[in-house]
Design a protein around this ligand. Structure first.
Ligand code: GLY
Length: 369
């Protein structure tokens, strides 16, 4: 991948593969630039070879301008997967300041009325009528880890409090009784009340988008690690149990748990209205696999750990792991970016690789114990 992509320019972070097999990259203000540097950090951690650390540093430091970015909620993914791993594996004084300043920028999107961080700015739902003024998506749980780190690094508890308050709102408003989830909740900006519960990247408003469920499992496992509040552990366990009981034999979920089922109907401009193939999403599997290694330890539940190991074997099998030099040099095949948006359908994704590598690190650490 390093040979293919060349030197970092601030505009060439690997993301996926084009239909013709070429590498597709993004600029730094998309949500995924942190994953390639983060993957390089994990390869350094796995191998101990300084070649990888040098490359990881080079790819990480191009992201410094992000520290003042406030355009959407994904700063945790963007800065913490890169600088967070840098601070953990090869700390430098400036990394701390960048993480703290990024947390400050992310916190500008927090609102006391909704008790949440605004994920996206104004947009419309797939029916093209419903307007979202304060949309929050479950993915946002993943951006909270940087806030905990910033609290520790700065001694400012405000970031910790925002993370806890946001996680509590998501727990209350995104989860159904059976611990499945709504991808999007829109809040009234004046009263803070919930106005809409539905989807943007899932099959239908009442369905459960697999990667969204994966973000939740990972997010509440991390919340328990950071706070030791048992309600987060319970949420991680119950959302994981929903996910696990809806898996096919190879432990890689369909891109949405309800795709094509009676009672679930995509709307309006969503490509899911006409797209009928029941594809799987290896990215959801990689995220959940990594989360289950941690959940197994925190919940002292061997079944989660054993399931995580089986998931890792499934992802590492020829069914999902690409041959060297193929797949535009990404590790994993068969992920889904967003079927409703008609993008990245059955393609590699940089974040699938990142969480696969993270899962390998967690597996290796487990074996050392
Ligand atoms: N956070 C965006 C996604 O999971 O596609």
């Amino acid at each position: 991948m390093l040979d293919r992509v060349g030197e970092p320019t601030g505009k060439n972070y690997p993301r996926t593969m084009k239909d013709n097999g070429d590498l597709a990259v993004t600029g730094m203000y998309d949500w995924t630039p942190g994953f390639f540097p983060g993957s390089l950090w994990y390869i350094y951690e796995l191998t101990g070879d300084t070649i990888w650390r040098n490359q990881a540093e080079k790819w990480t430091t191009t992201l410094e301008p992000l520290k003042t970015f406030t355009g959407h909620h994904d700063l945790g993914f963007m800065v913490y997967c890169s600088y967070g791993n840098a601070e953990r594996l090869a700390p430098k004084p400036e990394y701390k300041d960048i993480i703290i300043e990024s947390a400050k920028s992310l916190s500008t999107r927090y609102d006391e009325r909704t008790k949440s961080i605004k994920s996206w700015n104004y947009r419309k739902a797939w029916n093209d009528t419903t307007e979202w003024f304060f949309p929050v998506i479950v993915d946002n749980m993943m951006n909270l880890e940087m806030l905990f780190a910033a609290s520790q690094l700065s001694g400012d508890k405000r970031y910790y409090d925002i993370a806890v308050t946001h996680a509590n709102s998501t727990m209350k408003n995104h989860l159904r009784e059976d611990y499945s989830s709504y991808h999007v909740v829109d809040y009234d900006t004046i009263t803070g009340n919930v106005k809409y519960q539905g989807t943007c990247q899932g099959f239908s408003d009442n369905s459960t988008w697999s990667r969204g469920q994966a973000w939740i499992i990972y997010g509440y496992t991390m919340m328990y690690r950071e706070t030791k509040d048992s309600k987060y552990l319970e949420t991680a366990i119950k959302t994981a149990d929903f996910y696990l009981k809806n898996l096919p034999e190879d432990l890689v979920p369909l891109w949405d748990f309800n795709v094509g089922e009676a009672g679930y109907t995509p709307e309006g401009k969503s490509y899911a209205v006409t797209f009928e193939e029941k594809l799987k999403d290896a990215s959801a599997a990689a995220i959940t696999c990594s989360a289950l290694f941690e959940l197994g330890q925190l919940a002292q539940n061997k079944t989660y750990t054993e399931t995580a190991i089986k998931m890792l074997h499934s992802l590492a099998s020829p069914a999902y792991r690409a041959q060297l030099g193929e797949n535009a040099d990404f590790l994993l095949m068969h992920s889904v970016g967003s079927i409703p948006h008609k993008v990245e359908i059955d393609k590699p994704l940089t974040y699938a690789d990142y969480y696969f590598l993270e899962a390998l690190v967690r597996y290796k650490n487990l074996k050392k114990e």
